[in-house]
Design a protein around this ligand. Structure first.
Ligand code: TRP
Length: 360
């Protein structure tokens, strides 16, 4: 069996550093590892419309923004197929068939969907399409025979739902679909990077994100305005590292080499944390160090992004070619699915063989 990666993002805004440590960084490593036969990265515009139906221009513009973020981070179109979800009608059809294999109660239990409904104040106004997006996500994943799905932790319920659909499908219609596995970031800080305000998650509407394309000055300002330990008033006070967003970011981004590179008085993060806990280390030098680490990471991404942004026709061409390749793959899977479901009516073993039986 081939090793195949499928993953993607909703194009509803530019990508931020939470996306980067949560999944994007790992996707680039996997792409370059040589361990995968095929890699597909999807711009989930149809899924974005499930809760942005009245804002199609926003979704379209963000297809280009997210594609630029991908290329800037090192997703290489020679190695990974980047494509646009809505341009593959096969995905809509697979979703429709899978809907018969999932109960309404099961979709209602999905914790990510539940949280999103609460967060968007949908209450009684949840669009049916939004409610069922975990099923369409199963279509996205299975259409590519994906074995590995590198995503953020919030996508775990979608993968569980997909595995259930695969098992149900294969037990009813015979072995047809491939069961995927989720691949999460290995470090807790990367899994759940908080916003710069220390709140649970980075979110555009709260305004607590650092974007991959933010300028040097904006990054610096955001780092220096970050939430730390509210009880750490003077440098001499003992400080808390847990729940202190600056240290969570250092857990996610800083390497031991960074301490040497930036001439830190500490050999590693543990030493820095120990000093902060004991008292005598102010927030400013810690933020200064985090800023150096962030700038070192973001500068080359920002520069590459600016270069690609000068040649958007190239980016559009990458998406067009990728979408064509992806469509071929999804069409082959749909062919198998239709056959398994006795929907290949005009093929040799379709209605003709039924006619022979009935007419018999
Ligand atoms: N739900 C994902 C997000 O919000 C996007 C997505 C759609 C996806 N289909 C997928 C991710 C399939 C992985 C696999 O970012």
């Amino acid at each position: 069996m081939k090793n195949i990666i499928l993953t993607g993002d909703r194009p509803t805004g530019k990508l931020h550093i939470g996306h980067y440590v949560g999944s994007l960084r790992q996707r680039v490593l996997l792409q370059n590892s040589g361990a995968y036969d095929e890699t597909y990265i999807m711009l989930a515009d149809a899924q974005a419309l499930t809760d942005n139906a009245d804002n199609p221009h926003k979704v379209r513009d963000n297809i280009l923004e997210v594609a630029l973020d991908y290329l800037a981070c090192g997703i290489d179109p020679q190695k990974s197929i980047i494509f646009i979800q809505s341009q593959l009608p096969q995905l809509y059809e697979l979703s429709f068939h899978y809907m018969n294999l999932v109960t309404v109660a099961r979709v209602q239990r999905n914790p990510t969907v539940k949280a999103e409904i609460a967060q968007k104040n949908f209450e009684q106004s949840v669009p049916v399409g939004f409610f069922t997006y975990p099923i369409s996500q199963a279509a996205d994943i299975t259409a590519f025979d994906a074995t590995t799905v590198p995503v953020g932790e919030d996508q775990k319920p979608m993968l569980e739902q997909t595995v259930e659909i695969v098992r149900k499908f294969n037990s009813v219609y015979g072995p047809t679909l491939v069961e995927p596995q989720i691949l999460l970031a290995s470090n807790a800080a990367c899994l759940r990077l908080p916003g710069t305000d220390g709140k649970a998650k980075m979110s555009k509407s709260i305004g607590n994100c650092i974007y991959l394309c933010d300028s040097e000055k904006v990054v610096r300002n955001k780092v220096f305005n970050m939430y730390t330990d509210p009880g750490h008033l003077r440098a001499s006070d003992p400080g808390k590292v847990e729940g202190n967003a600056v240290f969570t970011y250092l857990d996610a981004f800083a390497t031991t080499e960074d301490f040497a590179t930036f001439h830190s008085p500490y050999a590693n993060l543990d030493e820095m944390k120990a000093h902060y806990r004991k008292g005598g280390l102010g927030d400013v030098p810690v933020k200064e160090f985090l800023n150096s680490v962030m700038q070192q990471l973001l500068a080359p991404i920002r520069e590459r992004r600016q270069e690609y942004a000068k040649d958007l026709p190239y980016v559009i061409d990458v998406l067009k070619k990728g979408t064509e390749q992806a469509r071929d793959k999804a069409a082959a899977t749909l062919h198998r699915v239709r056959k398994a479901m006795c929907l290949d009516h005009f093929s040799e073993n379709g209605l003709n063989s039924a006619a022979a039986r009935i007419g018999g």
